[in-house]
Write a protein that binds this ligand. Structure first.
Ligand SMILES: NC(=O)c1ccc[n+]([C@@H]2O[C@H](COP(=O)([O-])OP(=O)(O)OC[C@H]3O[C@@H](n4cnc5c(N)ncnc54)[C@H](OP(=O)(O)O)[C@@H]3O)[C@@H](O)[C@H]2O)c1
Length: 236
């Protein structure tokens, strides 16, 4: 997809990776960037149009898609997560229920609401922000990882369904990124600006999946080996 002159809608564009996407899109000459956010007053980036949106609220998602009828690129970025003590932590169930509303059902709601808009505008693209945890669940991220694996599965079905409508569907898989979500984690983190740039480069090349760091590339390669990471966890 050609990004210049496109009209983008980015969920959770007020901070973190979503904000990095919004900035990168503006730098690439998009016609418009809508920021789908829970608090429109918190959007400080000049040039973006705040749209009130909570992705857990079906009516709000539908209303946003009606209001933004010129969108050609949807970026499903909004996401939440917290650590679990382990897979045996009783809070995994409540955490999973909460995270699924945003990370899984939120992506489904927005994709279903905006696909007809993209289609009516001649096609376009949907980027779903997933993670390396799609393929490798660390016990301390049990609930969060399940949401990303489920969202990956949904995205794979979505891609098949919208291909003939001229909609390119791209998944982003990445390890730790330096945002509020990973504050306090003493690990190597990617720069959100680089992740956004790499993802949009991949979109423009027509790709359907982007692995945005070396660790995620190694993880993906491991899947076709006898002992993929999920059976033989490396010390990441
Ligand atoms: N950081 C990482 O290491 C990493 C790695 C792989 C994938 N990801 C994914 O990247 C995406 C962005 O995360 P981030 O790292 O930028 O985290 P972040 O800094 O915590 O930002 C999360 C964003 O999502 C928004 N959001 C959360 N729930 C929402 C809802 N119900 N409706 C609308 N917006 C909502 C937040 O809005 P508020 O400001 O209103 O809370 C915020 O803008 C997520 O999908 C995350 O899972 C992150």
């Amino acid at each position: 997809m050609r990004i210049e002159d496109s009209v983008a809608f980015v969920t959770g564009a007020n901070r973190g990776l979503g904000l990095a996407f919004a900035k990168e899109l503006l730098g690439r000459g998009v016609k418009k960037v809508y920021a789908g956010v829970r608090n429109p007053k918190g959007v400080e980036l000049p040039g973006v149009i705040p749209v009130k949106l909570d992705v857990t609220d079906s009516a709000a998602v539908t209303a946003a898609a009606h209001r933004c009828g010129d969108v050609t690129l949807l970026i499903n970025n909004a996401g939440i997560g917290r650590v679990d003590i382990s897979a045996l932590d009783p809070s995994v169930i409540d955490n999973a229920r909460e995270f699924f509303e945003t990370n899984f059902y939120g992506i489904i709601r927005a994709s279903q609401a905006f696909a007809p808009v993209l289609s009516a505008n001649g096609g376009g693209a949907i980027i779903n922000v997933l993670s390396e945890v799609t393929w490798f669940a660390r016990p301390i991220m049990t609930a969060y990882s399940a949401t990303k694996s489920a969202a990956w599965s949904f995205t794979n079905a979505l891609r098949i369904d919208v291909r003939d409508k001229g909609i390119q569907v791209l998944t982003l898989h990445v390890g730790f990124v330096d945002t509020d979500l990973t504050r306090g984690f003493d690990v190597k983190k990617s720069d959100p600006r680089e992740v956004a740039a790499r993802t949009l480069d991949a979109l423009e090349k027509g790709h359907e999946e982007v692995l945005a760091d070396e660790q995620t590339e190694a993880l993906k390669r491991s899947l076709s080996t006898e002992r993929p990471y999920y059976l033989n966890p490396p010390n990441l």
